[in-house]
Design a binder for this molecule. Sequence first.
Ligand code: SF4
Length: 126
Amino acid sequence: MMPDIQELVCIVCPLGCRMTVSGFSGDAASIAVEGNGCARGADYAVREATAPTRTVPSTVGIRGAALPRLPVKTARPVPKGAIMACMRVIRGVSVDAPVAMGAVIVEDLAGTGVQLVATRSMLAAE
Ligand code: SF4
């Protein structure tokens, strides 16, 4: 059974407040956050305790460029439970140069509804 109390460090700003979340095993209204310096931290703590998400950085193969791998990331955070499925899809992806930074590499990554995008441009090799 999940414990009803969770300690975490806020990553929303550099202050890194240490927070405690409790009551998240019951209904949403019973969730209590302590130690947060602002409301953004409380929002982050509730999300992290109830539906944690992560932005996934990775690389995909690229043909016809000077380097063999193109850096990519998810355009938005995806549910933590979907990360392995996302990585399985990413491993099978390969694109052709040139690619512009921000180009959509996969439209709906592993059914998450989140795009996979290029994080740098890569020209075609001469
Ligand atoms: S709780 Fe607010 S002040 Fe504290 S680290 Fe998070 S965003 Fe920054």
